[in-house]
Structures are given as C-alpha cells and as structure tokens.
Write a new protein. Structure first.
Lengths: 301, 276
C-alpha cells in the first residue's frame, strides 16, 4: 500500500492503490466467503472432535484414555514413531547431502524415486508389504518356516509407516541445501576440519530449521498414518492397534465418546504440529529472507 | 562429471551418503513396490483384464474419479480465493487462519473421517440443517466429495500462495494505467500468472483424492456399486485373501497416479521455463 504520501502528487485522479486493490465491499465479501469455506471445512470438524469427546463429561473422557487397549495403542504409536522418525531423518540427511553437494548422472531420477511414496495411495503402500511378507507373498513361506511374523504384527506396522513417511525430511532438505551450495563446507574442509566436523559445525547449523520442519511433519504423519497401517496390522486389540486404528474400532462399535476421546489426542497432536510448523517458518524466514524465498516454506507434498 | 569433480572434490562423504540412500531406498521403496508388479505378472492378461473391469470395480473407478474431480474443482475455486485473501488482504486472525489451512495435512485421516461423518450425519451439527432441505450427505457420494474436498484443501492454497506473493504488482499497475478495470486485470494479468500453480495444486489434490482411504471409508457407507471407493475395494479383496485381484486393481491405480505425477512434473517444468 503506497500510503498518503503519494496523494500529494499532482492531479492523480486515480487513487494510489486503485490499481492493486478492490472496493471495500468486494474485499469483505471475498474475505467472508473464504472464511466461511475454511470455517466449514476446518474449524467445524476440529471443534466437533473435542465437543464429542467431552459429551459425557471429563470423567468419561479420561476413562476412555486410561483403558488398557487405549494405553497399548498409545504405546505402539509412540514406538512406531520412535523407530520411523530417526531412520527417515538419517535417510533424509544422507540423501540431501549426496544430491545437494555433489553432481552425478541420474539425479532427477533419484529425486523422483525419493518422492515416490507420496504418489502411492496409503492402501497400496500397505499392500506391497503384504505381497512381500504375507503368507501368500514372495518371502511368506520362508518367513513362516522360520517363525518370523511381519505382517499382522508390529514389524509390518513399522515398515509401512517408514515407507509412507520416508520422503518428508529429504524433500525439505534437498532444495534448502541446494540453495545454500557447498562453499561454506569447502571452506571448512580447506581450513582443516574433518568431514564429520564440517557436517556438524557448518552444515547442521545451516539446515537445522529445515530439518526440524521436516521432522515435525514426518512425526505427525508417522503417528497418524491410517490406511497403510490398517492393511498390515491385522487389528489385534492391545497388540497391533495404533491410535488411529483404535479410533476406528471404537467408532465402529458405536462407542462414540471413547472414539472421539482417543481421536482428540491426535487432534491435539495436529494442533501442536501446526503451531510448531508456524514457529519454524517464522524463525527460518527471518534467517533465510535473503536470496531464497523457498527456504522456510517449501511445503506442498 | 569431470567438471564437477574439479569443483567439488573437497567434500567427503559422497560414497557413504549415496550408498546409504540407495540401499535404504531399495529396501524400503523399490523392492517392495516392484513386488506388486511381479505379483501381477503371475496373472494372465485375460485374468488381469477381467479383474480390473468387473462391474463392481468399474463402478468404484467411476465414483472415485468423479468425486475426486469434483473435490479438486471445489478446491481450485475456493483454494484460489483463500490464497488470494491470505496474500492480498488484512483481517484479524489472518495468521491463525493461514496456519490452520494445513490442518488436513496434520490431522490423521481416520480422525477427519469419523468427525466429518458425525458432523454431516442426519443428526449432526450440519447434517441436521441439510436434512429438511432434502440433502443427505453422510453415506452418499456427496459425503465422499466432502471428505475429498477436506483432504485436498491445502494443496491449491499452498501452491498458489507463493506465486501470488511473488507476482509483480507493477504489471497490475501498468494494466490499470492502460485502462483495464479490476476484473480485466484479474482475468488477463493475474490469472494467467498463477495458472500453472493453480493447475499443479489442482492435480496434486486430485491425485491425493484418488488414493485416499481413511477420511472416506467412514462417510461413504461403503455400499457396493454405489458408494464404494477403489481403495476400499483393494482392502476388501485382501480380506478375502484374493491377493492377485487386490494387486491388479492396485496396479491400475499406481499407473494412473504415476501418470498424474508425470503431469505435475511437466507442469512445474513448464512453469519454471516461463519464469526462469
């Protein structure tokens, strides 16, 4: 907005902002329509989760969370995330290091392959592991002979979660590290730092916000994944149910209060994720405003 | 290669990083994914064809494609509007609204599914007001559209937003000084500028909707031939231990989503070429 300063200029019959904005009535109609749409699709469902969870009071709410099967589901979800997050973190950093700091043939193919799990339906992500490790699967008979259970057991859930969440960190770091180039690392090396020293003292401080951003999204998806996990889990109560699967079972049993109570944990996780994400965007935008407008955001799957 | 070696041979760790990346990618993604195609190869072409063209399967494609398309179109219109409002106007609570746009990415699909079903059920917060008007949402194709609109919402907003932000206001001012009114400026100057991003967002939302499962299964009611989506059919086949049938349908879906992915890459390439 140009502000009143410009008004002093000679005989401008067109007001300074007229070329770039609309009359107030149009503006507020557009804002109103957009907010109504977002309110209907975002705010109403979010409010509904908590309202239905607390429908029968706070005591019933906490009762549903303390129940042994709910606790087992929470434990399994935490375990899954505790395995999937570090593994995909290391994978993302390694992939971004190789792609951003070096030139090689087939780089674009590699980036596409890393992104592939995002293009695959969650249900199919689960299915491919059933085809590999299930009883009728390629390795199924061998696994059965050696009494190793992957499908309908915890390892399958962990594997499917790793598959679904594997691109998050890599896709956040690759553009960031490509924009930063390799000069600072090269300087570190020339000044006598070892490879790991260069990584921990030069690279890591430069990418920490992007890395954190990727990990936040990765963690949210790892804890909330439903489709892929649903295919491989077998839905054994207290054993192979993650929080989202537990929500499904409770809901299908018409135990709505308990279903929404457990679901509210995931809704809170989503809110914390959004808050953390906004915080990182705010922090990193301050850091990366010069030159690269993609650094802090780069959202969009 | 020779040039790059000269320039960047100071940095170590290429072998380790690349080796680990390829090993991990092969074990987690490539080998399991090619397993699906191998499994399909055990079917004869005739078997494959009859599986993927069963009437019940065809009905599920129709429903999935139609509802995904409508959901993505709704998001194209309202996503563009939301991006416009968030970039161009000021209003109280804007930052919170901006953060909230990503909710469908952050909220697990199962939670979205049960919540939308409850809200739009005939006794739900919104459903009870639609029922007297003769509009049924839960357990109808309309419900599927609602769920797919929800999960696709952030794509258009987040692809259009940065482009709108970087759009040169001087071009708009030039259009105005040359006598264009605001609507002409929008349709002839602004819209062509954001079109590649809008199309990318639309395609991403559409592709995501095609493969969606969690948010839809609750609200759709899952009636065969009427409200059964393709991903659910894959699960149904799996539960009947019809692995080959499930895989055949999955391959059809995989191929269609890869085609869409290719299309998105092409769009982005075209967009980069134009604004490079």
């Amino acid at each position: 907005m140009a502000g009143p300063m410009v008004l002093g200029r000679a005989a401008a019959s067109i007001s300074p902002t007229r070329g770039r904005t609309e009359p107030a009535i149009v503006r507020w109609t557009l804002i109103g329509t957009a907010l109504a749409f977002l309110g209907l699709f975002l705010v109403v469902p979010l409010a509904a989760v908590f309202a239905h969870a607390l429908q029968k009071g706070v005591a019933a709410y906490f009762e549903s969370l303390r129940e042994p099967n709910a606790l087992a589901a929470i434990r399994l979800t935490l375990l899954t995330a505790a395995i999937a997050v570090p593994l995909n973190l290391v994978f993302g950093v390694a992939a971004a290091w190789a792609i951003a700091k070096f030139e090689f043939i087939g780089k674009h193919v590699l980036i596409t392959l890393i992104d592939l799990p995002f293009a695959v339906s969650p249900v199919i992500s689960g299915l491919i592991y059933v085809l590999l490790f299930g009883l009728q699967g390629l390795l199924g008979p061998w696994l059965a002979d050696h009494d190793i259970k992957i499908i309908f057991a915890v390892p399958g859930i962990v594997l499917a979660t790793i598959f679904v969440t594997s691109p998050f960190v890599a896709r956040e770091l690759i553009p960031l590290m490509q924009a930063q180039g390799a000069e600072e690392e090269e300087a570190g090396r020339v000044l006598g730092a070892s490879g790991w020293q260069t990584f921990f003292r030069v690279t890591l401080p430069n990418i920490k916000w992007g890395l954190l951003y990727g990990v936040i999204l990765l963690n949210a998806r790892a804890m909330g994944e439903f489709g892929a996990v649903s295919v491989v889990s077998g839905h054994v109560r207290g054993l192979t149910n993650t929080i989202p699967l537990h929500v499904e079972i409770l809901y299908n049993e018409y135990n709505f209060v308990a279903a929404f109570a457990v679901a509210s944990l995931l809704a809170m996780l989503a809110l914390v994720t959004l808050a953390a994400k906004s915080f990182v965007e705010w922090k990193s935008q301050r850091r990366f405003t010069v030159g690269d407008s993609h650094a802090g955001r780069g959202e969009v799957r | 290669m020779a040039v790059s070696l000269k320039r960047r041979n100071v940095l170590p760790g290429f072998g380790l990083a690349m080796g680990f990346t390829l090993l991990y990618l092969s074990l987690i993604v490539l080998i399991p994914l090619s397993g699906a195609f191998l499994k399909t190869a055990t079917l004869s072409w005739a078997q494959f064809w009859s599986t993927v063209t069963e009437p019940r399967v065809l009905a599920s494609y129709r429903l999935t494609f139609a509802t995904s398309l409508i959901g993505a179109l709704i998001n194209a219109v309202f996503g563009l509007l939301a991006a416009w409002v968030l970039v161009r106007y000021h209003f109280p609570g804007k930052r919170i609204v901006d953060a909230l746009v990503d909710l469908p990415f952050a909220l697990p699909t199962a939670v979205a599914g049960i919540t939308l079903t409850t809200v739009f059920a005939s006794n739900g917060w919104i459903g009870q007001h639609l029922e007297p008007l003769g509009i049924k949402v839960a357990f109808t194709p309309l419900g599927v559209v609602i769920a797919l609109t929800f999960i696709g919402l952030p794509f258009v907003v987040r692809t259009v937003q940065p482009v709108l932000q970087d759009l040169d206001v001087e071009i708009e001012e030039a259009a105005t000084s040359l006598g264009a009114n605001r609507w002409q400026t929008f349709t002839r100057v602004i819209l062509p500028g954001v079109l590649p991003a809008l199309l990318t967002g639309f395609t991403l939302a559409f592709a995501r909707a095609l493969g969606e499962y969690g948010s839809v299964v609750f609200i759709s009611g899952n009636m065969p031939m009427r409200t059964e989506i393709t991903t659910l059919l894959i699960i149904t086949k799996l539960e009947q231990y019809d692995y080959a049938g499930a895989t055949a349908i999955a391959v059809v879906m995989l191929v269609s989503s890869f085609v869409l992915l290719l299309f998105v890459n092409l769009l982005q390439w075209l967009g980069n070429k134009r604004y490079a």
